[in-house]
Ligand binder design. Structure first.
Ligand code: SF4
Length: 370
């Protein structure tokens, strides 16, 4: 009903139709998604997405005190958008032992940190025991910290190195303390694009299958989409609809994270970074199509702080976290800092008139104004 009243005055008739559909409790389809990307009524689109978000999250905006640890940049894949990976014998290549990962975690550690976010390249020969040892040592030293580690792509790689089925690898890691999977590696599912930007990487279907298997074992995850390179709006819509279908089936995704492509230092550096309008549209369309997601995350490292703040009016309810040492996007030219003090995140949310809520990995509030 609220939406019907606010629908009056959309500059694009298609938005009025979509607003009516939403007000009637309908689910948006591919045609709607395309219309939302095509619209010139950015503020109208933002209003629809904002309403959808407020209905789910009531003005609360989440953040987390987390720490990022990258254990290796050696990777068997050669994704063209990646400025981070190295070959084993290349200058700058590194591979931390399990003990060194713990030492790194110790160095970054502070009392409020409640999550280690651990990702790396797809190492050609690291064995399952290495990952198990890493988690076991971290669990022993930081029993209160949630271990969110290894993307679906890394999990598949470990399974291939070990010649084991993915569920066995996941169960083995969960036994050592793995709490959830980060969402990296989704890129864009459309095969014609994926084969150009990351030809060696597992397919979109395989990525979703690993996620399905994780969810079936009780391991939740996030899920991502890399946008702003050579994909079309239709590719983005299809990507979102595939994610929505899996969420219908498992309910295992905590948050969707649209990742803005940064071209510098990559094989795609001739491309221009997507502009603010495109970013805001993508966040808003994600919120509207992903009606079975509670959380849409704006990753400040990729968006920068001003756009992250504005995105809170376009359907986003999460600004990620304090991070402390991000390398992957910075190697691709991100000019944001590597660490964001909690006070800054809180103030960014408050200045937007929203309610900051500190959360844990699974979105349980730790403290906040509600
Ligand atoms: Fe490897 Fe990940 Fe970089 Fe692809 S994006 S090359 S899988 S580190």
């Amino acid at each position: 009903m609220i939406i019907r009243e606010k629908a009056v005055g959309f500059r694009d008739r298609r938005l009025e139709r979509i607003a009516g559909k939403l007000a009637a409790g309908g689910r948006l389809d591919r045609k709607d998604g395309l219309a939302l990307f095509e619209t010139g009524d950015l503020l109208g689109l933002g209003k629809l997405a904002d309403e959808a978000n407020l209905r789910k999250n009531g003005g609360r905006v989440f953040y987390i005190n987390n720490l990022h640890v990258n254990y290796t940049n050696i990777c068997v894949n050669k994704c063209r958008f990646c400025a981070y990976r190295r070959s084993e014998d290349e200058r700058g290549a590194f591979f931390l032992s399990a003990e060194q990962v713990v030492a790194k975690a110790r160095e970054l550690w502070h009392a409020k940190a409640c999550e280690f976010h651990i990702v790396g390249g797809c190492h050609p020969s690291a064995r399952l025991d290495y990952y198990r040892e890493m988690l076991t040592r971290l669990r022993r030293e930081f029993p209160q910290v949630h271990l969110q580690a290894f993307t679906a792509v890394e999990i598949e790689n470990i399974a291939q190195v070990e010649n084991l089925p993915v569920p066995e690898v996941l169960a083995s890691l969960a036994e050592c303390g793995l709490g959830s999977l980060p969402g990296g590696g989704g890129e864009i599912f459309a095969e014609k694009i994926r084969s150009k930007i990351c030809p060696e990487k597992i397919s979109g279907a395989r990525y979703l299958e690993v996620m399905r298997q994780a969810h079936q074992l009780g391991l939740p995850s996030n899920v991502t989409m890399l946008f702003g390179h050579i994909e079309s709006a239709a590719d983005r819509v299809d990507h979102l609809l595939e994610i929505r279908a899996l969420q219908d089936e498992t309910g295992g995704f905590n948050a969707f994270i649209p990742l803005l492509f940064h071209p510098w230092n990559t094989k795609l550096e001739k491309l221009r970074k997507a502009g603010a309008v495109d970013v805001l549209k993508t966040i808003a369309v994600s919120r509207l199509l992903l009606d079975n997601f509670k959380h849409i995350k704006s990753f400040w490292i990729m968006l920068g702080l001003p756009l992250t703040q504005i995105s809170l009016f376009f359907g986003s309810d999460d600004v990620n976290g304090t991070v402390l040492e991000e390398h992957i996007t910075h190697e691709a030219g991100a000019d944001t800092p590597q660490y964001m003090p909690e006070e800054k995140l809180v103030s960014l949310i408050r200045q937007a008139g929203r309610i900051p809520v500190e959360r844990d990995t699974l979105y349980n509030p730790i403290c906040g104004e509600v």
